[in-house]
Design a protein around this ligand. Structure first.
Ligand code: GLA
Length: 385
């Protein structure tokens, strides 16, 4: 299929694609550098056919994304010897994601992470959301953005490839107010980075917190533990949680705790420490307060696998990042190529606003009002050493 008509730019205006170039969507997975190909990936519960898009850059890095849930299903990056491996957990087809996925690679919304007891008040009105995680609301509810079919179209990136995804979420969907238009552009750039740029607008005041929920293993998905990776997190403070994983509201110093990743630490070093916060999270499942000086993009975290030499550097405009060390993976998820994902076989760095912000006055606001544009940018850059 050749696209010659109009498409959406990252900021929402239309422009003639033909004037720039002609992108060819081949029905095969083999891809030339700087290209994007499309193939069938199965059928969503709604009956809609969904696709798998393969993005390739000029260094041979490959990212696969489906428009079901905006899920990044695969990231192939070289190790220090140049060997390509897939470093994210996922499934071979959409049926796997539908059957049961702990948000592998998905775009999460409307509210990534938890809202206490599934309730919040905005403009004196209380809204009630699904309680789908113990006593709390998690990751947008029963049918969050991770389970929606997004409208997809390719985007031209020099020596790389891009995919634009849009989703319209009607007023009161999953209990959230406002008709919401969400636009996410994934760009695989020539410097082995996957850039995720989000924008959204609403016609009524609402709350919004979007993230991508990729599960990384820099030794290769399904190759075992990530406890040997080292991790740096650019945060002097974190948000301690209660037994139900809701923050108390304070920003506590990481100094002298297992949460101090300001200098790189092996993830497994303190993950079983006798520490109440480690206990409440069943390991690391906490929001870190990034050391921002403004709202510009900063390095949030850097993970490194001594075994393969792969480095993942995450930069973001968001105020926080959730470190989740796959504490709830229990071997029941059989992923790509029949590989089993066990406890702590992956880590997530979910760039975000702080959990439960709609109920926490001291946290940066997650309210989006008509006329405002929500923006968040996160870049996952891969390198080796
Ligand atoms: C987030 C949460 C975790 C867990 C995962 C999905 O990271 O903080 O507690 O629910 O999503 O399994």
């Amino acid at each position: 299929m050749t696209l010659r008509n109009h498409m959406k730019s990252p900021i929402g205006s239309t422009f003639a694609l033909a004037a720039l170039t002609t992108l060819t969507l081949a029905a095969t997975a083999s891809a030339a550098p700087g290209s994007i190909t499309q193939k069938p990936f199965g059928t969503a519960p709604s009956g809609q056919a969904v696709s798998l898009y393969t993005l390739t850059n000029s260094h041979g890095m490959v990212v696969k994304i489906t428009n079901y849930g905006g899920i990044v299903t695969s990231i192939l990056v070289p190790d220090r010897r140049g060997k390509l491996d897939d470093v994210v957990l996922g499934y071979d087809n959409v049926a796997g994601y539908i059957k049961g996925s702990p948000y592998f690679g998905a775009l999460v919304g409307r509210y990534a992470n938890r809202i206490a007891k599934g309730k919040f008040t905005l403009n004196n009105k209380t809204y009630t959301l699904a309680v789908n995680n113990g006593v709390n609301h998690l990751h947008g509810g029963k049918i969050g953005f991770d389970k929606k079919v997004w409208a997809a179209s390719p985007v031209r990136i020099p020596n790389g490839a891009g995919l634009s995804l849009t989703l319209y979420s009607p007023d009161m969907e999953e209990g959230y107010p406002g008709n919401l238009a969400v636009h996410v552009v994934y760009s695989l750039t020539d410097d082995n980075a996957l850039k995720i740029a989000y924008t959204a607008t609403t016609d009524k005041p609402t709350v919004l917190n979007l993230t991508n929920h990729s599960y990384f293993n820099l030794n290769g998905a399904g190759s075992g533990t990530i406890l040997d990776h080292t991790l740096m997190i650019n945060a002097n403070r974190y948000t301690p949680i209660d037994k139900t994983s809701i923050p108390f509201g304070l920003l506590a110093p990481v100094a002298g705790t297992p949460f101090d990743f300001r200098r790189p630490h092996v993830i497994g070093e303190r993950i079983n420490a006798a520490n109440l916060q480690i206990k409440n999270g069943a390991g690391y499942d906490h929001n870190f307060v990034l050391n921002h000086r403004g709202s510009s993009l900063i390095v949030a975290a850097r993970a490194y696998s001594p075994k393969t030499g792969r480095v993942l550097t995450v930069s973001t405009t968001e105020p926080g990042v959730q470190l989740y060390t796959g504490n709830f993976l229990d071997g029941t998820n059989v992923g790509k190529g029949g590989k089993v994902y066990n406890r702590r076989n992956a880590f997530c760095l979910e760039t975000q606003h702080f959990p439960d912000s709609p109920n926490q006055k001291a946290f940066p606001t997650t309210t989006l009002r008509p006329g405002q544009v929500y923006r968040q940018t996160t870049i996952d850059k891969f390198s080796t050493r």
